[in-house]
Design a protein around this ligand. Structure first.
Ligand code: SF4
Ligand code: FE
Length: 484
C-alpha cells in the first residue's frame, strides 16, 4: 500500500515510543502536544495532497523499481523532468503551508545516497547500493517520513575532527565495532521535522580524510531506537502554540516547522542499516551531492513561502488603504522580482541536471549553489519590504485575548479597523506578516534561508570550485589576442 492517508500516518507515529523533550520535560504524548502538531500538519498535508487529483502529477511518481504509485518525496529522480517537478512540488508546498514542510531532506538524501553508494561499490566492491535500494523501496512502499541528519555540533570549528583538543563526540562517530554492527555516539543539530518522522538517515557532516574512518559513517535507524533523544529547539513566539486563545496571534495557526538537536547516546546500528563505513574518500561526494540537491530545493520551497509573504503584504496594503500608492505597488513588484529569481535558479539547476553512473539525475551544482546563495539574501529583502508595507502595528497590536475580552474587546474592535475591514481580519493579516518575519515561520523563511543546506560561505566555496575561472580566462585571452 504505497500511499498512506494522513490518518494512517498519524496512527503509525502513535505506535512509536519516541524520546522527545521540550523545555526540560519529556513530551509524553507527542501526538497531542500543541507544539508538535503544526509541524505534523505540514507532513499530513504531503499525504493528503497525494490523493488530490489536481496535485497528483507533482505529489506522486511511479517508482522505477516496483511500478507502484508513490509519494514523490520518496522518489529517485529518473529524468530532468523529475528534477523540474521536484522544485515545482516544493513551491506548491511552500504556498500551501507558509512554512518549511520538512519532507524534502529524504528526497535529497536518498538521491545522493543512490548515486554515491553505486560509486563506492565500484571502487571497493562493497554492497551498499543494493542495500540502499532495498531501503528506499521500503520507504516508498510504506510511505515513510524519513528525517535527515547531517550537521554535527562541532564545538570549536578550528579543532581537528578526532583530535585531542576537544571532546571527540562533537562529531558523531563509531565508538565500538562488533561483528553484527557498530555503536555510534554523538549528536546532530537542526534536524528538520524529526519529531514527526518514522526514521532518520545519518550521514557525515563533511568530507573526511584518512584517519577519520570512525567519522565516515552513514546509516538509517527508526526514531524509537534505544539511545536516541530529540530536544526540540526554541523558536520565537513558540509558546503561543500552547496558549488557549491565540489562534490569531499565531498568524499561521495550522502549519509550522520544527527542528531538534538529536542525541545518539551509544546507539547500536546493525550492519544491514549501514551505507558508508570508513570509506573516507566518499564522504565528500555524499555531502556535496546532498547539499547540491538541497540548495536546488530552496529555489522551490522558499519561493513558495515568498508567494505567501507577497500575498500577506498585498493584503495588508489593501487593509491599510495604501494599495493604490505607487511606492507600495513598486515594493510589491520588487518582492516579486526577487522571489521569481529564486525560482528561476531552482528550475535552471534542474533543467541542467545530468545522469549519474547509477542512473538517477543530479542537479547542476553551480546553478544550485547560485540558487541557494541568492536564498541567503532575497528573503530578507522580501521580508523587509513586507514589514515596510505592514507598518509598525505588525509588532505592537493587542492580542486575540484582548479582542475577545468582554471589558476591553470593544476598544480593539474600534481602533484596529482598517480600510473596509474589521479589526479581526486586519489582525489576522498582520499576525501572518509577523509570523513570517519574526515568529515561528521565520525559522523556516529567514534563518533557514541563511543557514539551511549550508551557510553562504559553503556556497561560495562550491561556486569557486564550479566557476571554471581558468576556462573563462581562456575566453578572454582568445578575444584579446593573447597567445601562449
Ligand atoms: Fe524542504 Fe525547504 Fe524545509 Fe528543506 S527548508 S525541508 S527544502 S521546505
Ligand atoms: Fe531546510
Amino acid at each position: 500500500m504505497p500511499l498512506m492517508t494522513s490518518k494512517q500516518y498519524v496512527e503509525s507515529l502513535a505506535k512509536m515510543d519516541r524520546n522527545i523533550w521540550f523545555q526540560g520535560k519529556k513530551i509524553e504524548d507527542p501526538i497531542n502536544h500543541p507544539l508538535l502538531i503544526p509541524s505534523r500538519k505540514c507532513l499530513e498535508e504531503t499525504y493528503d495532497m497525494a490523493f488530490m487529483p489536481e496535485f497528483e502529477d507533482l505529489m506522486t511518481a511511479t517508482s522505477q523499481f516496483t511500478g507502484h504509485k508513490i509519494n514523490r518525496f520518496n522518489h529517485i529522480h529518473n529524468s530532468k523532468e523529475d528534477l523540474n517537478k521536484k522544485v515545482k512540488l516544493q513551491r506548491l508546498m511552500g504556498q500551501r503551508t507558509g512554512s518549511c514542510f520538512q519532507r524534502c531532506v529524504i528526497m535529497d538524501m536518498a538521491n545522493s545516497f543512490y548515486s554515491t553508494t553505486y560509486e563506492i561499490d565500484e571502487t571497493y566492491g562493497t554492497t551498499y547500493f543494493q542495500r540502499f535500494k532495498d531501503y528506499i523501496i521500503r520507504c516508498q512502499d510504506e510511505d515513510l517520513i524519513v528525517a535527515g541528519a547531517l550537521t554535527d555540533p562541532k564545538g570549536s570549528r578550528s579543532a581537528k575532527i578526532g583530535g585531542d583538543e576537544q571532546d571527540k563526540d562533537l562529531y558523531l562517530r563509531v565508538v565500538e565495532r562488533r561483528p553484527d554492527g557498530v555503536v555510534v555516539n554523538g549528536a546532530k543539530a537542526h534536524l528538520t521535522g524529526i519529531t514527526n518522522a518514522h526514521e532518520v538517515v545519518v550521514l557525515p557532516t563533511q568530507a573526511m580524510r584518512p584517519g577519520q574512518e570512525d567519522y565516515a559513517i552513514a546509516f538509517h535507524l527508526p526514531l524509537d531506537a534505544p539511545g536516541i533523544t530529540m530536544i526540540v529547539g526554541r523558536q520565537s513566539c513558540d509558546t503561543r502554540k500552547m496558549e488557549d486563545i491565540a489562534d490569531i496571534d499565531l498568524g499561521n495557526a495550522k502549519f509550522g516547522g520544527i527542528e531538534a538537536l538529536t542525541i545518539f547516546d551509544h546507539v547500536f546500528v546493525p550492519n544491514e542499516n549501514i551505507f558508508l563505513n570508513g570509506e573516507t574518500d566518499f564522504a565528500g561526494m555524499l555531502v556535496e551531492r546532498f547539499a547540491g540537491y538541497h540548495r536546488n530545493s530552496y529555489g522551490g520551497c522558499k519561493s513558495g513561502v515568498g508567494d505567501v509573504a507577497i500575498g500577506a503584504a498585498s493584503l495588508i496594503a489593501q487593509y491599510n488603504g495604501t494599495e493604490k500608492a505607487s511606492h507600495i505597488k513598486d515594493k510589491l513588484v520588487e518582492m516579486t522580482q526577487l522571489n521569481e529569481q529564486l525560482y528561476c535558479a531552482g528550475i535552471a539547476s534542474s533543467a541542467e541536471g545530468w545522469q549519474t553512473k547509477a542512473g538517477n539525475y543530479m542537479v547542476d551544482l553551480l546553478l544550485a549553489n547560485v540558487c541557494k546563495l541568492n536564498v541567503t539574501r532575497y528573503p530578507y529583502e522580501i521580508v523587509r519590504l513586507m514589514e515596510d508595507i505592514a507598518g509598525g502595528i505588525m509588532v505592537t497590536a493587542p492580542s486575540e485575548a484582548d479582542l475577545r475580552s468582554a471589558e476591553i474587546g470593544h476598544y480593539v474592535e474600534k481602533y484596529l479597523v482598517g480600510n473596509a475591514v474589521n479589526a479581526e481580519d486586519r489582525l489576522r493579516a498582520l499576525r501572518l506578516c509577523e509570523n513570517l518575519a519574526l515568529g515561528t515561520a521565520a525559522v523556516g523563511y529567514r534563518t533557514e534561508s541563511m543557514h539551511g543546506a549550508g551557510s553562504p560561505q559553503a556556497q561560495k566555496v562550491m561556486i569557486t570550485r564550479q566557476g571554471n575561472f581558468e576556462g573563462k580566462k581562456g575566453l578572454a585571452k582568445r578575444l584579446a589576442g593573447i597567445k601562449e
